[in-house]
Ligand binder design. Sequence first.
Ligand code: SF4
Ligand SMILES: [Zn+2]
Length: 308
Amino acid sequence: MKFLRTTTEEKHTGGGGVSKYDNIGDPVVLSHQLLNTKKSFRYKKYTHVRISEVHSFCPREYAIGYLTDTAQENYVDFPLQQQFDLGSAIHYWVQNGHSKVFKDVICGTWKCLGCRNKRKNKDGSIYFGTKPKTNCETCGAFPEATVYDEFMFRIDKPYRIVGKMDEILFKDGVYRIGDFKSYWQRPKSGFPIGKDVVQLSSYMYFYSLLPDELKFPVNVDTTCGYLHYISKKFSFTESILTYPIRPNKKMLEPIIRNVGAFTNAANIRKLPPPLSVCLRSEFKKGRAKDCYMADKCKEYYYNGITKC
Ligand code: SF4
Ligand SMILES: [Zn+2]
């Protein structure tokens, strides 16, 4: 009598149940041998400022990249990529009702994985609201096949900016924008973290500038949003920490100025000046060391080139 398992093993291992990896005892080496731990390729164009970068981007780097049609190409080691991916997995878990904590609170548009269509209302318009509990109206797939469709906007005017929102939270009759951040340890300086506040404030500000046809079909209150810090470590009292964020003019001013500087440079093809921190180090240290456009920036600066 032959069991299926025996037959399958013989077929795949050549019959001996021996693998060339069996003598590897080091768990790190074995992971590299068995799994795909290659670096991940990243490609980034400089056409629009990403809201996730507004707190730190250089308008000159973006302008040079955009005007010379140069994209950033680099590789990310797998340990770092793993952190990014785990962060995305937490977002997915929260947005799609796997965490009851956020279930029926998150609103937005939704798409069906069965047919790739957006979920719709009876009249054929795009559905907006909490996760649909009915089968897909286009292909009949179960509601479990429906996933959150993160809201994305990309505009050229009045600013060249692109953003993807984590959440619209509906409570007490009010729709507000939310952002998720996963964390391991509470930072010494405490929550909320400055750059997260700037980012969420920017989402609220730039969303308010969108033309009506790009906005949600409901009125979103952009005077207040929520930052949710989700703990990856067990914590009885601090599993999720939510902070209300009210954008203020002083905080947004430098962001608007920098995004405006890039947008203007893209329109009139004139480069913004280098950052003083890069000039001071003669493009050798700090920001310039990590900048993808540093060589071009330096060359243009020392050759007096201001237009591209
Ligand atoms: S080297 Fe400095 S100033 Fe030049 S583009 Fe890069 S970050 Fe901006
Ligand atoms: Zn479908």
